[in-house]
Design a protein around this ligand. Structure first.
Ligand code: ZN
Ligand code: ZN
Length: 370
């Protein structure tokens, strides 16, 4: 057992800092001292129990840190290694074997089970009561997280490690949807619906891919300003403009080759499909309410259009996260511009700042990092 501190959700809606104990690493597990953890919308869905994850629980799934201890059978990592954490996958199923681990058949159990697959608890509170953990493979709103070796990605030691956690979820989700899933060719057009951290990552990736027309759609003027700085060639504010009309006007009436839906709003997904030209492809990334359904115009869809869901940007984290770091180094993926830092104790304030649009990507830092 290791004494640690975590932000625990005991009742929907609030995080409370408390002392906890984390189990010692077992086979293929590593204990990581967290230096930073990004706040992702999925954390808030679980905090509010819109997304079921048994309470009391430790959330947080964009962690980065230093390996402190390794369990039996760990071969790739050693204490002292710098790591960025990502989602968990089994490594054995047909999807994992095919490098499509975001669709692992054991995804739900490994990322939302709250306990190890054998049912044992990963963390306990002061009274010895189990706390649900390993949320999306992590539970990094804490000083320490106990994760599987396979979803801890070793990264260079000469980068600001506290910045890198969001690469493990929202940044790879947005960038991967473009680079790994849609794979646009140079000169093609793309429309990105929603300019939060996922959508802005998709915009940076679209620029890297060489898209000539990159359209950002949002209702927040400040975010659209950042979208333009990061590579959007056209921004559409839905408070004052009709998105579909503006997209058609910008594409000689034909629509875009690709669209990316990052809002989780069914009506916006419908627009993202309607914005496509013939044979265009829409990637749907937004997480909606459990019961959400979408309506499509069937005959319009017949024009060779494709709609596909994408989780975690189809990423193989062990390859894609180092790639994103290389792009960050060469200045083409400046995701640091989206980040605001908070202390772990300020997690509720960080969540409020994200909800109000004041912060795009909040990273919380546990106390031992100052
Ligand atoms: Zn698998
Ligand atoms: Zn996430």
């Amino acid at each position: 057992m290791r004494a640690a501190t975590a932000a625990v959700v005991r009742r929907p809606g609030a995080f409370e800092l408390e002392p906890i104990e984390i189990d010692a690493p077992r086979e293929h597990e590593v204990l990581v001292r967290i230096v930073g953890c990004g706040l992702c919308h999925t954390d808030l869905s679980a905090r509010d129990q819109d997304l079921p994850f048994k309470l009391p629980a430790i959330l947080g799934h964009e962690g980065s840190g230093i390996v402190e201890q390794v369990g039996a059978g760990v071969t790739r990592l050693r204490p002292g290694d710098a790591v960025v954490l990502s989602y968990a996958y089994c490594g054995d199923c047909e999807y994992c074997q095919d490098d499509r681990m975001a669709y692992c058949t054991r995804n739900a159990r490994l990322n939302f089970g709250g306990v190890r697959v054998d049912g044992s608890a990963l963390a306990r509170d002061r009274q010895g009561q189990p706390l649900s953990a390993r949320f999306i493979g992590q539970s990094a709103f804490a000083t320490h997280a106990l994760v599987l070796e396979s979803n801890a990605v070793r990264v260079p030691t000469d980068v600001p490690l506290e910045l890198m956690g969001p690469l493990g979820c929202s940044m790879q989700t947005g960038a991967g949807a473009v680079i790994n899933a849609l794979k646009p060719s140079r000169g093609e057009s793309i429309a990105i619906f929603g300019a939060g951290s996922v959508g802005l990552s998709a915009i940076m990736a679209a620029r890297i891919a060489g898209c000539a027309t990159i359209i950002a759609i949002d209702k927040n003027a400040g975010r659209l300003g950042i979208a333009a700085e990061l590579g959007a060639t056209l921004t559409i504010n839905t408070q004052v403009e009709d998105a579909l009309a503006a997209i058609r006007a910008a594409t000689k009436g034909r629509g875009v080759h690709y669209s990316v839906e990052c809002t989780g709003v069914p009506a916006v997904l419908r627009q993202a499909v309607d914005s496509l030209r013939a044979c265009g492809v829409c990637a749907s990334l937004g997480v909606a309410g459990h019961q959400a359904e979408v309506q499509l115009h069937m005959n319009g869809f017949l024009f060779g259009k494709t709609l596909r869901g994408v989780t975690e940007g189809d990423s193989v984290p062990q390859r894609f996260i180092p790639q994103l770091i290389d792009w960050w180094r060469d200045g083409t993926f400046p995701f640091d511009r989206l980040v605001s830092y908070f202390s772990l104790a300020q997690l509720n304030e960080a969540a409020a700042a994200c909800a109000s649009g004041l912060a795009i990507k909040a990273i919380v830092q546990p106390p031992h990092t100052g």
